[in-house]
Design a protein around this ligand. Sequence first.
Ligand code: NAP
Length: 258
Amino acid sequence: MTETQQDHQHTDLTGRVAIVTGAGSGIGRATAIALARAGARVLGVGRRHEALQATAAHHPGIVAHPADLRAPDAPAEVARAATQRWGRIDVLVNNAGATAMMPLAETDADRVAALFALNVTAPSLLAAAALPHLRDQRGTIVNVSSTYGHRPMPGAAHYAASKAAIEQLTRCWALELAPEGVRVNALAPGPTESEALSAAGLTEADVARVKESEAAQIPLGRRGEPDEVAQWVLRLADPGTTWLTGQVLTIDGGLELT
Ligand SMILES: NC(=O)c1ccc[n+]([C@@H]2O[C@H](COP(=O)([O-])OP(=O)(O)OC[C@H]3O[C@@H](n4cnc5c(N)ncnc54)[C@H](OP(=O)(O)O)[C@@H]3O)[C@@H](O)[C@H]2O)c1
């Protein structure tokens, strides 16, 4: 049986190695668990060791690897940690990211730089560090964008722009790496339950207000659950998904249509 003939209902990642950034919460935690349940050995990366340990407690295939991806050496060190431990990298999920509310009048150079360092530079450096190993395995990269990577978000233009950047990086890398059999795709989730809003510095009352207004805008009538996004990371990473590259798949309960 060829890989294309596999039963796609049951992604089998046995023997494969994945790096998932932002694995200590939200979409990253759900993704690490989904990939490990499919048989992968998963290096879960994030700054908070305890949060990563809590993710690792869900499955023995997950190893916590604390790192601040904005640190200059971190991306190379993360790729090295995966290969030293398991000898290969098959899947890179660039999920760690931050949101920043920043109206134009409040534009601040340090905040712009910090946002792009995490949402754009870190995934780029990590993909570059993992590339020799992805080439060896004809592996795959899944980047996490946002609905707001391709629709405007007033008051958070730089967040939206950083996600637009990761979508265009996805297309460029897909074309660049296609001759080597490395597929690159992105997921663009809509508003999903996670720590993102509180991590952006919003008060509890603001978080509740934003959640309510988002749910009201979404045609399916609610925000998403992290696992509803993670299942699509799994499909994009599935070695049986052999002919899909350079795509941005929006998972947002229909928000993009409004
Ligand atoms: N939730 C949504 O509504 C939504 C919608 C569209 C797109 N997204 C995107 O989905 C991705 C996941 O976000 P989420 O919603 O699951 O939010 P989240 O719970 O805040 O997850 C973000 C993760 O990134 C990690 N992280 C932040 N800064 C880091 C750094 N410097 N180095 C390493 N790790 C870092 C965080 O862990 P530490 O704090 O421990 O480092 C955290 O686990 C992000 O790229 C986000 O932009 C989310």
